[in-house]
Ligand binder design. Structure first.
Ligand code: HMG
Ligand code: MG
Length: 306
């Protein structure tokens, strides 16, 4: 890849989908207001983030931290070259996203029935029927549709999740019209070995270039897992500034989503370009951490912010 001009976005070998403003903030004990969210997002975009989960249009009583979805989304009209994604589980969520001017929506499934029921109140099979009109209407409106398959390496309720279930569900998400499907290690139990087996299994029937890896760092394997996914051909990684989000099934000090700056430090230092400025993303993480009242869950942020 070569630089094409002074005003061109930075060249990159991988795409980082920044999930802090949605997946991160939804798991935080302290909610921050829309003005803080908007500043956090602006700081992340200034750091070079080219794809970002803006918010989700879900029940406010289920996810009160994102009850201001419409206000936050309305602040970010279409920006050339930047993917701003909102989660929309059903048509009611899609209606709200369309009204707010969102141009990429995400439908989110899980590979285990019990997780799916507790998360979106539907079995896996029923959730696909719920997503069908969401995807159809979004595509008719010329929106991009992203898909998620959660619990790909383990479920907090079911335990082991058979790879064949993950493969079948990923195929179904593509069949619904998803341009990209993100494979989520929701409880962070993956290891480089299980991640390799996962990507090998899914890429047997799905184009690996259209898969993303959504890794968590619960057991400290987040970076090793990301490299294992990279070696298997994955080029899109979901990460969260400051490792925001914790782990929804563990105590408050336990890490959740892999931190964006940890991935940027390790990938850039290995010659894999992310297009993200490390110092700026660390500054964004430190800024939001002050508003949330705890230090970032990120080794790189803590080392660099001394
Ligand atoms: P439901 O209760 O099944 O919906 O919710 P319903 O159709 O039965 O309606 C019940 C009430 O909810 C009605 O209101 C609806 O209007 C309202 P009432 O008439 O009683 O006043 N309602 C809504 N309100 C706002 N927005 C909507 C909506 N839909 C219905 N979209 C629903 C189903 C999915 C909405 C609900 O279960 C929910 O909000 N769940 C939260 C889902 C969520 O955000 N979970 C976190 C996602 S994280 C994840 O999945 C993992 C991931 O991050 C990757 C990883 O880390 O691995 C992606
Ligand atoms: Mg996550």
């Amino acid at each position: 890849m070569t630089d094409v001009g002074a005003d061109a976005p930075p060249a990159r070998d991988v795409t980082v989908v920044e999930v802090g403003p949605r997946d991160g903030l939804q798991n935080e004990a302290r909610a921050i207001g829309p003005a803080e969210k908007i500043e956090f997002i602006e700081r992340l975009l200034a750091a070079g983030v080219s794809a970002l989960e803006l918010t989700s249009f879900v029940r406010a009583d289920r996810i009160p931290q994102l009850a201001d979805a419409a206000e936050v989304a309305a602040h970010f009209p279409h920006r050339a070259g930047v993917r701003l994604i909102a989660l929309t589980p059903n048509e009611k969520g899609l209606d709200a996203a369309l009204q707010a001017g969102i141009n990429e929506v995400a439908i989110f499934a899980a590979a285990s029935d019990e997780f799916s029921r507790r998360n979106i109140n539907q079995s896996v099979a029923a959730s696909l029927e719920m997503f069908r009109p969401v995807a159809e209407r979004a595509l008719d409106a010329a929106l991009h549709v992203r898909g998620y398959v959660s619990t790909v390496l383990g479920c907090p309720y079911q335990g082991r999740v058979p790879l064949r279930d993950v493969v079948a569900l990923t195929e179904s998400m593509f069949a619904l019209g998803c341009a990209e499907v993100s494979l989520g290690d929701t409880i962070g139990v993956g290891t480089p070995g299980t991640v390799r087996a996962l990507i090998a299994a899914v890429s047997g029937s799905c184009d690996v270039r259209r898969l993303a890896f959504h890794g968590h760092d619960t057991y400290g394997t987040g970076l090793a897992n990301a490299f294992a996914a990279y070696e298997q051909g994955i080029r899109t990684f979901d990460t969260s500034a400051g490792g925001l989000g914790g782990c929804p099934y563990a105590g408050p000090a336990v890490r959740g989503n892999l931190a964006t700056e940890d991935l940027v430090y390790a990938f850039e230092g290995s010659g894999i370009r992310t297009g993200i400025d490390l110092d700026q993303v660390v500054a964004a993480s430190m800024w939001v951490a002050q508003h949330l009242g705890h230090p970032p869950y990120s080794a790189a942020a803590l080392a660099l912010a001394r």
